[in-house]
Design a protein around this ligand. Sequence first.
Ligand code: SER
Length: 321
Amino acid sequence: MAQPKILVTGAGGQLGSVLVPALQAKYGFNQVVASDIRDKIEINADYVQLDVLDKRQVIDIIHARGINQVYHLAAILSAKGEENVQFTWDINVGGLINLLEVARTARLEKVFVPSSIAVFGPLTQGEQTPQYPVLIPETIYGISKVTGEQWCNYYHKRFNLDVRSLRYPGLISYQSMPGGGTTDYAVDIFHKAVQDQHFQCFLSENTRLPMMYMPDAVRATLELMEAPREQISVRTSYNLAAMNFTPKEIYQEIQKHLPQFTISYQPDFRQEIADSWTQSINDENARMDWKWKEEYNLPKMVADMIHHLKIHYQEKNQDHV
Ligand code: SER
């Protein structure tokens, strides 16, 4: 197999800004081309501006750079998606179809496409959601992800394209802010806590959602993509789990480190989105097929987030004096 030469789309997002450095560390700095719709991104990378709706440009970059793998992260998340339904569909589905078609014709080795717990809906089994449940989501983001999963599965069956996917839970990280998601509260809460500010939560205190710390999400992605092809039995998207908690539970865990921290709850339209998703995930297929196992539970994640964000804000404050 050729040395991977990787294109990452949406590289400036929450996942990309951690996944790109991890790919650089694993395969070599020059083996990774980062791209995004923005004119520049925060991380140090070989960077090109790319609109995933511009198929010609996608083709040109893949040929010019000798790309043989794509991590297609460009997408609009759940809450933001409700503000512009048509645009969300265009990016999330149109962009994916462009990528799959280019991957097929350019005979790329592998493609990674993220999916999400947003594929689930009110009729889905809410506890220990199985791999193949009812999928009738109520957000345009969720609908686009279910559709995307079907396209991935179809391109695998019909054209033998090696496309792999994970249904990420809400992702928690300190390196960059998420944008436009419903699970974002679980990142925002830390920024308020370490800055000694009050946190007003846009979900109610007992809203339980599946979540994952970024190091686990990145490792899961790399492990899935490295697994031998014949071990990948799920070609829609793998359920993936690490932990689940409510706003009240994460607040109480943060309070163990920062006893003065205060929270109040003022649910907005995102409450309905969260209520339509499931509370815990059965990911036994991932655990069996490619030996997935999480490293971070709630207490370990909270301790690590606070540690890193304290350093981040100390350094930021020093820059200002
Ligand atoms: N974290 C995403 C969101 O909240 C779900 O995939 O939109």
